[in-house]
Every structure is written in structure tokens, then in C-alpha cells.
Design a protein around this ligand. Structure first.
Ligand SMILES: Nc1ncnc2c1ncn2[C@@H]1O[C@H](COP(=O)(O)OP(=O)(O)OP(=O)(O)O)[C@@H](O)[C@H]1O
Ligand SMILES: [Mg+2]
Length: 250
């Protein structure tokens, strides 16, 4: 195929771009790569590939929509930067199809004027952007309601797309509300671990035993579990985890 034809195929279909980057998308991943629905929720198991898929979508937007702005958000700068590293990995494995004008640990600016920026999770620092083409919120169940309220208006004028990906984390917060009560405003994808060809039943059995049902059913079965009737409240459990501390094992 000529270079022009290859480029056109990638521009028209992000799954072609994904394959060129070495990732054969699962069928749900193909749908997510192609959807232009303005509000998308990905309630997908740990390690199912939700960050990789949205990172690939970010690269597609940056390369083929000159001048576009893509923001990556999560509960902490560390987690946003992790997603940003996936963006860079896809961009590099495509051979940097549009040269970079600026590239650092937090942002990528292309010569076509497109930008991809990774943001901290705190509300004060994320207010300054407008005309956002694509907003990706990773670990969305743990992003505070106030932060979510602060970023939503950035999409208003541009008619941009919001993709919020997570595993459930209790029956509370904007992401839970959007999933349960958000109606037709949202397009929903639910991918339990048993639907992921890369996660073995033996691994899941092990995880079920060591995590216990409250964590396992949320992390791998995409089910929302309230803390009601338990010894600890949801706020207490949430308070045990800090998004700013690096995990011991990655
Ligand atoms: N379609 C695919 N083919 C091959 N490998 C894949 C595919 N999708 C994802 N992966 C790989 O699976 C691993 C997990 O992907 P990723 O980090 O995107 O998952 P995640 O759902 O965001 O996980 P977590 O919940 O832990 O953040 C990565 O090593 C990624 O490269
Ligand atoms: Mg992830």
C-alpha cells in the first residue's frame, strides 16, 4: 500500500492505527476506538486494557486532528503521567507520524499544533483549559466530584468527547451516578475479567481468595459494592488509599 493510502486508512479507522502500533484490539476496544459518542463510560476489569485503548485514541486524535487538545486526568499526577507514558509509547511505536515540537514528562506538542497534556487530580490546577477535543479521566471512580464539576465546562464550547474509565469503588460519586442513573447521556462498556483473553482463570481464582469479595467483585467483575453492613464505611476504606503513593508492585 502507498504511504498515502496507509495514512488514510489509519486516519479513517483508529483500529488500523492500533494494529500499526502493535496492538490487535479486542472487539470492545475496537468499538471504543471508533466511537464518537460525546460521553463514554468504561467499566472494565483491572488489566483489561482500558488505559491502553484510550491512550491509543488520544494519539489518533492528536495526529489526525491538527490543533486538537487532549487532556488526561486522574486522581493524581502520578496516575495521569502513567497514562501519558502509554500515549508516548503508542506515538513512538508508530514512528512519530507527526514530529514533536515539544515533549516532556507531562505533555506532548506536535508540529500540527495538537497537544496532549497530563494533569494532576486537584481541581484548582485544571480550570485553565478550554476548547478541549478529548478529555480522558482514568481511575474515574476515585476522582472527586468537585474535580469532575470543574472539568466538565471545558467541553461545552468545543463539543468535545469525555471518556471516563475505571473499576467500581463503592456506590457513590459522579462516576457511579453516571453509570447507574445517567440514562442515555452516556454510552457504557462493561468488560469483566472473564471476557479478557489475557487474564487466566487460575489468576482470577488466586485474586478472589486474596482480595475477598468486596474488592474482587469490583476490581474484576465490574460490580458496584456498597459498604453497607460492613465494619468499615466507604469513606474509611477510601481514606486508606492514597493516589500519591507509588505502588510497591507494578
Ligand atoms: N488488545 C491487546 N492486546 C495485547 N495486549 C494488550 C491489549 N490490550 C491491553 N494489553 C496489555 O494489557 C496490559 C494492561 O493494559 P492496561 O494497563 O491498558 O489495562 P488497564 O485496564 O488500564 O489496567 P489497570 O486497571 O490495572 O489500570 C498492558 O500490558 C497492555 O499492553
Ligand atoms: Mg489503567
Amino acid at each position: 500500500m502507498s504511504r498515502l493510502a496507509t495514512d488514510l486508512a489509519r486516519a479513517l479507522d483508529p483500529t488500523v492505527l492500533s494494529r500499526a502500533a502493535g496492538i490487535e484490539p479486542d472487539s470492545w476496544q475496537s468499538e471504543v476506538l471508533r466511537t464518537d459518542h460525546p460521553r463514554v463510560l468504561l467499566n472494565c476489569s483491572r488489566q483489561s486494557g482500558k488505559s491502553t485503548t484510550t491512550a491509543t485514541k488520544a494519539v489518533h486524535v492528536a495526529v489526525y486532528e491538527p490543533g486538537s487538545l487532549t487532556l488526561l486526568m486522574s486522581p493524581s499526577q502520578r496516575q495521569s503521567s502513567e497514562l501519558f507514558r502509554k500515549v508516548l509509547a503508542v506515538y513512538k511505536s508508530l514512528g512519530r507520524p507527526v514530529p514533536a515540537e515539544g515533549e516532556n514528562a507531562l505533555s506532548l506538542t506536535l508540529e500540527n499544533g495538537s497537544r496532549v497534556i497530563s494533569l494532576p487530580g486537584s481541581e484548582g490546577t485544571v480550570r485553565s483549559f478550554s476548547a478541549v477535543r478529548l478529555l480522558i479521566i482514568d481511575e474515574a471512580a476515585r476522582v472527586p466530584d468537585e474535580t469532575y464539576s470543574a472539568v466538565r465546562p471545558m467541553l461545552a464550547v468545543s463539543g468535545g468527547q469525555l471518556i471516563a474509565l475505571s473499576t467500581p469503588w463503592g456506590c457513590r460519586g459522579w462516576w457511579y451516578e453516571a453509570w447507574e442513573n445517567g440514562g442515555n447521556a452516556w454510552q457504557r462498556y462493561r468488560v469483566p475479567a472473564t471476557d479478557c483473553p489475557r487474564i487466566s482463570p487460575a489468576f482470577l481464582e488466586d485474586e478472589r481468595r486474596s482480595l475477598g469479595p468486596w474488592f474482587y467483585e469490583q476490581e474484576y467483575e465490574c460490580q458496584f459494592r456498597a459498604a453497607g453492613g460492613q465494619l468499615f464505611s466507604e469513606d474509611m476504606i477510601a481514606g486508606l488509599f492514597s493516589p500519591d503513593v507509588d505502588p510497591l508492585f507494578t
